[in-house]
Design a protein around this ligand. Structure first.
Ligand code: ZN
Length: 125
């Protein structure tokens, strides 16, 4: 289950770099293809832009709370994926996202999942 939000974020960040004439991101490989004027833009500038896009105010750690036994566990969320299943280590209940949520982290975690933090939407939307 791939999330299309993150490549879009990267592409937008690349397009903002001065000297970049076109930027697209291959959704299959998730590697950006950028056409830019080497006199105006540098690889460093592109790298900084994408690093900034990915790292913008995204909290990757969360505390997930099991609704069955209230067990709390620190978790690290994947940057570009949603978690549809989460097994509570305490009571072994398998959690599923609430209706309308993109993943268990959004339903039961202290923080929204990274794609939601970045774009306010995710794969399901
Ligand atoms: Zn539990």
């Amino acid at each position: 289950m791939d999330c299309a939000v993150c490549p879009i974020t990267v592409r937008k960040a690349l397009a903002k770099v001065p000297g970049v004439t076109s930027a697209k991101v291959d959704f299959t490989s998730k590697s950006p293809e950028v056409v830019f004027d080497p006199k105006k833009a540098s690889v460093d500038a592109l790298t900084n832009a994408t690093a900034g896009a990915v790292m913008t105010a995204v909290v990757l750690t969360t505390i997930i709370t099991c609704p069955a036994c209230w067990h709390r566990k620190d978790e690290t969320m994947p940057v570009d994926a949603c978690a549809w299943y989460y097994e509570c280590e305490h009571c072994k209940t398998v959690l599923r996202p609430n209706y309308g949520d993109c993943g268990v982290f959004c339903s039961y975690g202290a923080n929204k999942c990274p794609p939601m933090q970045q774009a306010g939407s995710c794969c399901a939307g």
